[in-house]
Write a protein that binds this ligand. Structure first.
Ligand code: SF4
Length: 210
């Protein structure tokens, strides 16, 4: 069980999947910098995070719900949580988180991990089992459903543990320049190419020590 001051933000999981160093810079060093991708995401979330709910027939939709897990030490906000009737066979609530994304489905795990972490929070808070979640992607204007299966749960819990390690040890991972760095909002601050060159220079110096 984690105490509240040990909680990490759900957003840290996505940052970690994108780049462990980015996660460390944001969640240990408190560095943040907007770029076109982060601004697009914020605009979409502003439209969703309204702390409201509505009921239509058997479906209740809650927006901007605060969620957490004491077992995993995570906290955040779910864009939308849908509650359906009838409830599950055991009487527990039928719950589904829905995340809004500005772009389109990604090949990497980042979005799915965030959604699964939301499902794990909702399970603990509502004593139920969340079997599925969904994304609404702004670019393709379509909803995509995701199964919260055992494999995804395991990967998500491993990533949560890795982020806790970075944050509790206050250890920002070293930079490694890759193609994705060109889309990183922290590129100018991180300077991964310069760090690589510095490392290379260090190795060269070691090799030529008389
Ligand atoms: S610039 Fe590259 S190495 Fe640095 S934080 Fe961004 S993705 Fe990670």
């Amino acid at each position: 069980m984690f105490t509240e001051d040990e909680y990490i933000q759900l957003s840290a999981l996505q940052h970690y999947v994108f780049c462990p160093r980015q996660c460390g810079l944001i969640h240990v060093e408190d560095v943040w910098h907007e770029n076109v991708f982060t601004v697009r995401g914020d605009i979409l979330h502003e439209k969703v995070d309204t702390d409201t709910y509505e009921t239509r027939g058997t479906l209740k939709t809650v927006r901007g719900l605060r969620i957490h897990s004491t077992r995993l030490g995570i906290v955040g906000r779910a864009d939308v949580v849908e509650f359906r009737k009838p409830t599950n066979a055991d009487g527990s609530p039928d719950v589904m988180p829905v995340e809004f994304k500005a772009g389109q489905p990604k090949d990497d795990l980042s979005d799915k991990v965030q959604l699964c972490a939301q499902a794990l929070c909702l399970e603990e808070m509502m004593n139920t089992q969340v079997k599925r979640g969904a994304f609404f992607y702004g670019k393709i204007r379509r909803r995509v459903q995701v199964e919260i299966d055992d494999g995804l749960r395991k990967q998500t819990e491993e990533i949560i543990a890795a982020v806790h390690e970075i944050v509790s040890q206050k250890k920002v991972p070293a930079a490694q320049y890759e193609k994705k760095c060109r889309n990183c909002s922290l590129l100018d601050i991180c300077m991964p190419k310069a760090m690589n060159e510095k490392k290379l220079k260090g190795h060269m110096n070691e090799l030529y020590v008389p």
